[in-house]
Design a binder for this molecule. Structure first.
Ligand code: 3PG
Ligand code: MG
Length: 396
């Protein structure tokens, strides 16, 4: 579905309510990763430079409808000011007199961040009254929070129906990247899906087998598929209750003409710890006391050979326990192959999800893919083929 962008929208002198996702990682009270703020900044800069009064709304963490002082957005406003290199005001509430005064004091080109939308219980219930209070603050609504678009909340969905509403530049980039990867992709398309559990990615696998030409399954979830096919996986993590489901997914794939690629060899260890003694074995030779912790070199060669024939790749989830070396080897090797094919211009590569982003960063190729999503849950729901309410509200 086409969505409304900021192209041709007259924002000069207007109060623009901008839904951002300032839900950034914080450790020991400090923001540990500015990626989301950096990727949001072009939209704010564009609006401010065009003379809009920019009023930023966002949630942070999960305060569950109460004011939780540790979950204030004040530090994010400071970080935003640093990234933008311009002054950013802070309003201590996202509705009511405080919010209205903050907005009234803005001149054209000024930026303000209002306090955590989730301090109000009506945010998560998508309360029409709260949405109306928010809508009063602006004349135009811009949603740049793709990563929160799977939530039908007052500040993501409700308010979008009360004001003329548009996708911000980050939202636009995310949607264009995702659409070019799965909705209207250049074929053949490969998906690589990894991670621990089949049970958390059922809908995703079910949707992908109907859309992609090749589905590579890695990570511990591959163990469930292997075991379901009668292969002994030793002491590996797997979900025995999911065997029938795994077989259903394989049958659905074969009916749809989707080639499923499972590991042909594995790196195993008797204990899961950094630097553990490992063995590399064929997939049908995993010893009873051994755990599969990464896919093996033959599997990497198989995946990279197939990758060479692909025009599009969607990647969610590492193929091994990459946080614990040496079980990062396969994920890193595949990441390098993806980066090389992308650089050569033969592959359009789109990846997303928290672990995937960490794995790409670990491999040193985070900026070498065509697009890496800033979203976690929203990226997954999109891969599941679900309608994201925050996006649906921007469709034309
Ligand atoms: C995220 O980081 O996943 C988004 O900001 C949404 O946050 P939530 O999972 O708490 O709704
Ligand atoms: Mg989340």
């Amino acid at each position: 579905m086409p969505f409304r962008t900021l192209d041709g929208v007259a924002v000069a002198g207007k109060r623009v309510l901008l839904r951002a996702d300032l839900n950034v990682p914080v450790h020991d009270g400090r923001i540990s990763d500015l990626t989301r703020i950096e990727r949001l900044s072009p939209t704010i800069r564009e609006l401010a430079e065009k003379g809009a009064k920019v009023i930023v709304l966002s949630h942070f963490d999960r305060p569950k409808g109460k004011r939780v002082p540790e979950m204030t957005l004040a530090p994010m406003a400071t970080a935003l000011a640093q990234v933008l290199g311009r002054k950013v005001r802070f309003g201590d509430d996202c509705i009511g007199v405080i919010a209205q005064q903050t907005v009234m004091n803005l001149n054209d080109g000024d930026v303000a961040v209002l306090e955590n939308t989730r301090f109000h219980a009506g945010e998560e219930t998508n309360d029409p009254g709260l949405a109306a209070e928010m809508a009063k603050l602006g004349q135009i609504f811009v949603n740049d929070a793709f990563s929160a678009a799977h939530r039908a909340h007052a500040s993501t969905e409700g308010v979008a129906h009360l004001l003329p509403s548009y996708a911000g530049r980050l939202m636009q980039a995310e949607l264009e990247a995702l659409q070019s990867a799965l909705t209207t992709p250049q074929r053949p398309v490969m998906a690589i899906v990894g991670g621990a559990k089949v049970s958390t990615k059922l809908d995703l696998l079910g949707n992908l087998v109907a859309k992609v030409d090749v589905l590579v399954i890695g990570g511990a979830m591959a163990n469930t598929f292997l075991a379901a096919e009668g292969i002994a996986v030793g002491a590996s993590l797997q979900e025995a209750p999911m065997h029938a489901t795994a077989r259903d997914i394989l049958a659905k794939a074969s009916a749809a003409g989707c080639k499923v690629v499972l590991p042909v060899d594995a790196v195993t260890a008797a204990e899961f710890k950094a630097g553990a003694a490992t063995q590399t074995v064929a997939i049908d030779a995993v010893a009873a006391h051994q755990m599969i912790l990464d896919v093996g070199p033959q599997t990497v060669a198989d995946i990279t050979a197939r990758l060479a024939a692909m025009k599009t790749l969607v990647w969610n989830g590492p193929v091994g326990a990459f946080e614990t070396p040496p079980f990062d080897a396969a994920t890193t090797a595949i990441a390098h192959a993806v980066a090389a094919a992308t650089a050569a211009g033969t592959l359009r590569s789109v990846a997303g999800g928290g672990d995937t982003v960490s794995a790409l960063r670990h491999a040193g190729v985070l900026d070498k893919l065509t697009y890496v999503s800033s979203a976690g849950g929203a990226f997954l729901e999109w891969l599941e083929g679900k309608t994201l309410p925050g996006v649906a509200a921007l469709e034309s």
